[in-house]
Design a protein around this ligand. Structure first.
Ligand code: NAD
Length: 319
């Protein structure tokens, strides 16, 4: 990204969201120009407040799934790279609206075709560990089985395959990243949100964090900084072209231990403990990635410990 003197220009769809806004800040910090396209469905302009007076940053309110709204953006700017992170997110929200996730197929089509016809910028796509569904093997490997269980995951898998085929058939540089649970400041913490934010909010309100089932289910929690560093490497390095890569820490954590750690780092050990709640919902029991491909291809190893990440997010929610 830094090899020529000319500033590189990146498009980030979904750039007003949790992950996208951190990526906008990172790329601006590296001396690039950033165009952020977001329909503000779950994203917020306040996530981008640090960039609003930056002359290298442009925000466009628009829908990546609507060709009329996204085609002019490709006509106006010449992109060196595109991060396609816009999507309908949140397991609860997407299960409540199963057919709406199919609209995101339009966005995938638009991004690939517009990139192919407008200077061929590399496309990095945010896929999800949900493509593994109920895993057939652990740790989950990119060349192992996929078993998507929810509509959102089916669309992510289709996106991955489309990216791969555009690399294979048309030589468009692409890379799909399978994000495992990302956490950090700005993540949605409503009922539609994500477990770390929900637990931190409960604990800071003096409530016991509610753990569904017996809490022995595992997930891999990646701090936002590590996710962003890996995403930038995926864009920069040609070794990632045409690849699908897990982005995780490879350290599984039970949901019970996550709740306990949040209580501990919030200084509430004497007062609170995880509250187990019975559920009929059959959750995926275990989920954690093999990260060898990320380390080898992206030359990146997660650097933020769980302690550091949780302390950061607790202090963010406190303030
Ligand atoms: P988010 O909701 O904060 O960000 C998504 C952004 O996309 C929002 O700003 C939203 O307004 C925008 N958006 C949605 N549909 C759009 C459209 N059609 N056109 C333009 N903008 C649109 O969620 P996030 O956690 O930051 O997720 C970013 C990406 O990472 C998503 O693609 C998501 O599927 C993927 N992902 C996230 C996680 C995680 O743990 N957060 C895990 C796996 C994959």
């Amino acid at each position: 990204m830094e090899k020529s003197n000319k500033k590189k220009t990146f498009l980030i769809t979904g750039g007003a969201g949790f992950i996208g806004s951190h990526l906008c800040e990172k790329l601006i910090g590296k001396g690039s120009k950033v165009v952020c396209l977001d329909n503000l469905s779950t994203g917020k302009l306040e996530n981008l407040s640090s960039l609003k007076n930056n002359s290298d940053f442009v925000f466009i309110k628009g829908d990546a799934n609507k060709i009329k709204e996204i085609a002019p953006v490709f006509k106006k700017y010449k992109f060196d790279g595109v991060f396609h992170y816009a999507a309908m997110v949140g397991v609860k929200r997407t299960i409540e609206n199963p057919l709406l996730v199919l609209d995101d197929v339009e966005g995938i089509k638009n991004i690939l075709e517009l990139s192919l016809k407008n200077g061929r910028p590399k496309v990095v796509f945010s896929s999800s560990s949900e493509v593994y569904g109920e895993p057939k093997e652990l740790p989950e490997r990119e060349d192992g089985s996929v078993n998507p269980k929810i509509p959102y995951a089916v669309v992510k898998l289709l996106g991955e395959k489309f990216l791969e085929s555009y690399w294979q058939k048309y030589g468009l540089k692409t890379c799909a990243l399978r994000f495992f649970n990302v956490y950090g400041p700005r993540q949605e913490s409503s009922d539609y949100g994500f477990v770390v934010g929900i637990f931190v909010k409960q604990v800071l309100e003096g409530k016991c964090p509610t753990v569904f089932g017996d809490g022995s289910q595992t997930r891999d929690f990646v701090y936002i900084k590590d996710n962003i560093e890996a995403s930038v490497k995926a864009m920069e390095l040609d070794s990632s072209n045409g690849e699908v890569i897990n982005i995780g820490t490879g350290r599984p954590l039970t949901i019970y231990d996550l709740a306990n750690s949040i209580i501990y780092y919030s200084g509430q050990k004497e007062k609170l403990k995880p509250k187990l709640v019975e559920t009929k919902r059959v959750d995926i029991r275990h989920r954690f990635p093999e990260i060898g491909k990320m380390v080898k291809i992206l030359k990146y190893h997660p650097a933020v410990s769980l302690e550091e990440g949780l302390l950061n997010i607790i202090s963010y929610y406190k303030n």
